[in-house]
Structure formats: C-alpha cells, structure tokens
Write a protein that binds this ligand. Structure first.
Ligand SMILES: [Mn+2]
Length: 426
C-alpha cells in the first residue's frame, strides 16, 4: 500500500480551519515572547528519525508474542510500511536494518524501491546475541568478549559482513549492541572479557570504510543478569576512544537503571564530541521498549534540552543518528510508531522554545526558582499546533493517526498480506 500526497492533502482539508486558528494563536503568542517561529518550524521539518526494521511487527517477551494482523513479512514490505509512516509525517525518512533478519536479496532493487518512497538507509545493526542456523560455534557464552578466539573471529566476521551489506545500500554507520556478559559471579574474568571486546571492536573499526561511523551501545543488564561487558556510557566511551575518532557512544533511553540522569550523560558525551546516535523509547522498570513519551515525557524534554544545547555549542560532536528503538506487544505497530514520532517532535519543539539566554542569566544569578520556571514554561506549552503546521507545510498529514485510520491502512495491509502474516526476524 502506498499513500500519495493528493489523498493526504485532501484529508487535511477536514482539519485545516481548526488548525489554522490554533496555530495562529500560538504563533502570535510565541513571536510576542521573542521566539522565531519560522526557525522552530524549519527545525521540526528537518528532523528525520530512522525506523528500525524490527519495530514494524508486534514485539514479544520471553513469555511469547501476540502477532498483529498484516505484518510485513519481507524487507520490501517493511520498507513499504516505513514509506507509509513517512508519507503521513515526513519525519521518518530512513530505515535501520537488522542483519541477518533483513538481508536484501537484490540490494540495488531494494535501494531503488526505498528511494521511490523517500526512504534512505540509516545505521546497520549487527546481531551476535543469538545463534544463526548452521553456525559452527555458539554465542552462548558471549561473542566479541568470548575467551575462545574462534568465536570472536566468527562475531567479528559477522560485523564485517554487515558492513558489506550496508555499503551496498548506502548506509554510513554500524551499530553494535552486545548482549555479552555473565549470569553468575565467577563466570567471567571481567578484565579479559573487556580486553577481548576492545580488541574485537578495534578490528571491526579498522575494517570500516573511511566515511563510516561506529556506534557502541551500552546496557546495564539483560539478557545477562549479573554483569554486562558494556554496561554503561563510561565503558562505551572508553571503547570508542580506544577505537578512534569515528567511533561514538550510542545512548538508548531504555538502557539505564531507574532514575539515571540521562540528560546529564547526553551533556557529558556531547561536550566530548562523542555522542553518535540516539535510540528513543520509554520505560517504567527496565528496557521496556514502550512508546516514546508514554511514561516520562518531562525526562524526554530535559534530554532534548541538552541535545539542543549540545547541537548548538559542541561543534565537534557529529550530527546525531536518530532512531526509534521500541517493540511492544499490543498496539498496532504503525500507530505506535506514529505516536512515538509525535512524542519526539513534541519534546523537540518544547526544547526549542526554551529561552536559552534567559536560562543562562538565571543560572548565573543562581536564581533556582526562575531556572525551573524558564524550563517549565517551555515544557508546559502545547506545541502541537507547531507540529501540525510543520507537517502541513511538508504535505504530511495534519493529524497522522486520524488520517491513518481514515485511510483504513491496517485493513488494506491485511487484505494485501493476510491476517496471519508475521514480521520476519522476531
Ligand atoms: Mn537500542
């Protein structure tokens, strides 16, 4: 299924009058307060968030999985789903592939198909957290950290294969998330596991093309429950530094222990020019992979506030690779991704409204009350008319979820693919 611009523009007529009234009111108020609304709109229009290929089907847990009807069973179907999200929002212009779940049979054909929908290829993701059919060795006790050099070689070679696939599609970065760790005290020699991981990552790094970046993700626990080799941002940063200047830390919001101050991690990494990528999701307890902004929207805003500050002040930090990394159980996956894209843009817009000049002044005056007022004044602004205006200007849907439902997208997908179609890889 493909959504053409004419249908979206026609559907927008339904909301045009009420949108114009709400937008006019907000824009006037913001301009009076000294905000350049056109700059905010431009930044909202420019942001592109990659959709991971694994988020297009329903996710599961270790207790099982309830699949959703009309899931994309092939890579082409997955790209076509991202095309729908992009047509509705114009902010989902890239897909991030997971190898080996999404190996293209004909890379050229897939690239052309994606381009026809305005979709590019973001970071490619390697997988050494599960064994593949006919593998000679097992990752049961770790991959890049494994004390057995033949297992490490296998995991390194897999990453090189992923780079080769990415090269054919036009990707420019590799993301590694390693499940490596131990379940029981005594199982690992911590130093050996870290050293092996460092050496393996260095070998992968040196094999990347010169214009590629390596993103090193971290996570405190799960699937291992006693120790994880790359457990936190500090370990990731240390490994990135050991690899070289095109290796960066990747922050995944769900990969922190409860109450971790993620906005401070963002600020620290950006100050050092080492924040490479960002995975959005939300959580209550651990790596819950819930819809972005569904649990802690204020934390998301504070993170965006640091991202905006960093993008303006830390010119050494590269432009960030944005991605949604969520995979939940019960919603229509496409509606969930529309909600996530909306939540990302809401926090982005709110953070753009923070009066940085006044905030700096109040910080220097050590007026703690006013510091909080400045931040919360931006946070408590209903910025949704700005998002709608940005979408209207880029021929996307003023109301993406309502349009998705009006177009009967899920029913059309079920008609095309059948109600028992299951997304590959999960
Ligand atoms: Mn992630």
């Amino acid at each position: 299924m493909k959504l053409n611009v004419e249908r979206i523009v026609e559907q927008n007529q339904k909301w045009l009058d009420s949108h114009k009234a709400a937008y006019g009111f907000l824009a006037e108020k913001l301009e009076k307060n000294g905000t350049d609304v056109q700059i905010v709109l431009k930044k909202l229009e420019e942001l592109q968030v990659a959709i991971p290929s694994w988020a297009l089907g329903a996710g599961g847990t270790r207790f099982g999985r309830f699949s959703y009807h009309g899931e994309p069973a092939s890579l082409k179907d997955k790209i076509s789903d991202v095309g729908l999200l992009h047509a509705l929002t114009q902010t989902a212009g890239a897909i991030s592939l997971h190898i080996p779940w999404d190996i293209p049979e004909d890379a050229h054909e897939i690239q052309e198909f994606a381009a026809s929908l305005g979709i590019g290829f973001d970071a490619v993701n390697s997988n050494t957290f599960q064994d593949q059919p006919k593998m000679k060795k097992s990752y049961r006790f770790g991959s890049l950290c494994n004390p057995d050099p033949s297992v490490r070689d296998l995991a390194i070679q897999h990453n090189l294969d992923v780079i080769d696939i990415g090269k054919k599609l036009g990707s420019k970065s590799l993301t590694t998330w390693l499940a490596d760790g131990s379940n029981f005290p005594g199982q690992h020699n911590f130093q050996e596991a870290l050293k092996n991981t460092e050496n393996s990552l260095q070998l992968i790094y040196r094999s990347m093309p010169d214009d590629w970046k390596l993103f090193i993700e971290y996570k405190p626990y799960e699937p291992n429950f006693y120790s994880t080799v790359i457990q936190d941002w500090g370990t990731s940063l240390m490994l990135a530094n050991a690899c070289g200047n095109r290796a960066y830390t990747l922050v995944d919001l769900g990969h922190h222990l409860p109450n971790t101050n993620i906005e401070q991690i963002v600020a620290t990494l950006m100050m050092k020019g080492k924040l490479g990528g960002f995975h959005f999701n939300d959580s209550k307890y651990g790596d819950d992979d819930l819809t972005v902004g569904s649990i802690k929207p204020y934390a998301l805003f504070l993170i965006w506030n640091e991202l905006i500050y960093g993008m303006e002040h830390n010119t050494d930090n590269p432009s960030l690779a944005w991605m949604i990394d969520a995979s939940h159980n019960i919603k229509d996956p496409l509606e969930d991704l529309l909600q996530s894209l909306e939540a990302i843009q809401i926090a982005h817009a709110q953070a753009l409204l923070v009066d940085q000049k006044v905030l700096r002044e109040t910080q220097n005056q050590q007026d703690v009350v006013l510091c909080q007022e400045v931040l919360q004044d931006a946070y408590r602004t209903d910025v949704r008319p700005l998002l709608r205006e940005a979408r209207l200007r880029s021929n996307a849907a003023i109301e993406p979820i309502a349009a998705y439902r009006a177009f009967n997208v899920r029913n059309e997908l079920v008609k095309e693919r059948g109600s028992h179609s299951v997304a590959s890889g999960l």
